[in-house]
Design a protein around this ligand. Sequence first.
Ligand code: ADP
Ligand code: ADP
Length: 223
Amino acid sequence: NNILELQGVSKAYNKGKPTEISILNDLDFTLATGEVVGLVAPSGAGKSTLLHIAGLLDTADAGHIAIAGVDQSGLSERKRTRTRRQDVGFIYQFHHLLPEFSALENIILPQMANGVSKVAATDRARDLLNRVGLEPRGTHRPAELSGGEQQRVAFCRALANEPKLLLADEPTGNLDPETSDTVFNALLDLVKETGLSALIATHNIELAGRMDRMVRLERGQLS
Ligand code: ADP
Ligand code: ADP
């Protein structure tokens, strides 16, 4: 039972031009349901490219991507967008929270956009903030929160619509090492508590070592 399967995935940029650069080369990867995997790679190796393709934000030149057993390759853009919104949660290095809304509102709004009632969305947002120790900060806007707090709110937002798959790209890469350590543990606790399947990219091998398994991206392939 796999939440994510990549089979023979290839991706190049600037195809057909002198500047063509192959990033992913016939890459295979399987993420079992409930598994939390660390993705380690030097900068520029193609981590973001891989996560964007896995999360249907970008398309591969070749290969198959299946999410929850459904091959997305032949599906229309509309269906891929629906899968992305319903099944996939993203976390980036920068929080990308809406600055004019409170922490709670940032977690409530995506749920309401998905048809959840305001009352139910508020309950879930409070519960998520509570899990990362931030319930007392719910009414604060992002600018009133520390970097680590902002990032924890972004984790809650990524989980707001109960995704099946979480993809995180250097989720604490923007924080100082000490804060990064604590906030990374908060993310792992949250993921484990909710039983989420996750692929989490980091260049920090020590952090990656805390996950169920670690894979390395090198020369377009995972090992
Ligand atoms: P990482 O996340 O591992 O740092 P990326 O996936 O962001 O790596 O990028 C991998 C390589 O592809 C880099 O050399 C980057 O400059 C290049 N690249 C990324 N996106 C594009 C693009 N849209 N067009 C051309 N080259 C790109
Ligand atoms: P850190 O020590 O993590 O860098 P800060 O020193 O920025 O955090 O903030 C310490 C605490 O004060 C944080 O919990 C943060 O939420 C709160 N705080 C910071 N700035 C404001 C603000 N403008 N309004 C309300 N609370 C704030």
